[in-house]
Design a protein around this ligand. Structure first.
Ligand code: ZN
Length: 191
């Protein structure tokens, strides 16, 4: 109880966003094949899964494939390091496939005529919580990959969506959660 009171007081004093932004919320930086940052994906836990708000620019106008991949490594220029689509439930690829989709299959995103993307999507049945089913951050995390072509929703194994052009890593960043947590007393020893 005392901890809660103290935590609350600190929040009031520092205007922290404890109520608005739980610990699981995170911002993923999105990079293109040249290694330039082209925008962000803001992730937050939602009753249906994980909500993602994209804000990017510099894309070729039109539709592009969007998938969550199984490995949290984005090594330009081809981003093959991200592995395949995130598919913990062993389904077929494609939002239109009768035996699909992968958890990581998301609707195509559209870049407007100036190459900007400003949209929100939900990764259904996924979570940002550690140790839970379909967690996006367990085992080194996952990644968000955007492709040159739109996903046709059916073709195996990735919807015929072309080259990977943008990638962002969803992984636990220790720097972001560098706050007092009543978990491990031994850790308070470190200086
Ligand atoms: Zn897929």
């Amino acid at each position: 109880m005392r901890f809660l009171l103290i935590a609350f007081s600190i929040c009031v004093l520092t205007a922290c966003q404890l109520t608005k932004q739980p610990e699981t919320a995170r911002t993923v930086e999105m990079y293109n094949r040249e290694g330039d940052m082209v925008g962000t994906a803001k992730l937050s836990e939602d009753p249906d899964g994980v909500k993602v708000k994209f804000e990017m620019e510099g894309l070729i106008p039109g539709f592009h494939g969007l998938h969550i991949h199984e490995i949290g490594e984005c090594e330009p220029p081809d981003f093959k390091s991200a592995g395949n689509h995130y598919n913990p439930e062993n389904k077929k690829h494609g939002l239109l496939h009768p035996d699909g989709p992968h958890i990581g299959d998301l609707p195509n995103i559209e870049a407007d005529s100036s190459g900007k993307v400003d949209t929100e999507q939900t990764i259904n049945d996924a979570t940002l919580l550690e140790g839970k089913k379909n967690s996006l951050i367990d085992k080194g995390g996952t990644s968000i990959v955007i492709t040159a072509e739109p996903d046709d929703g059916l073709s195996q194994i990735s919807g015929d969506s072309g080259q990977r052009i943008i990638c962002g890593e969803i992984k636990d960043d220790k720097d972001e959660t560098d706050e007092e947590e009543p978990t491990n007393p031994a850790e308070t020893e470190k200086k």
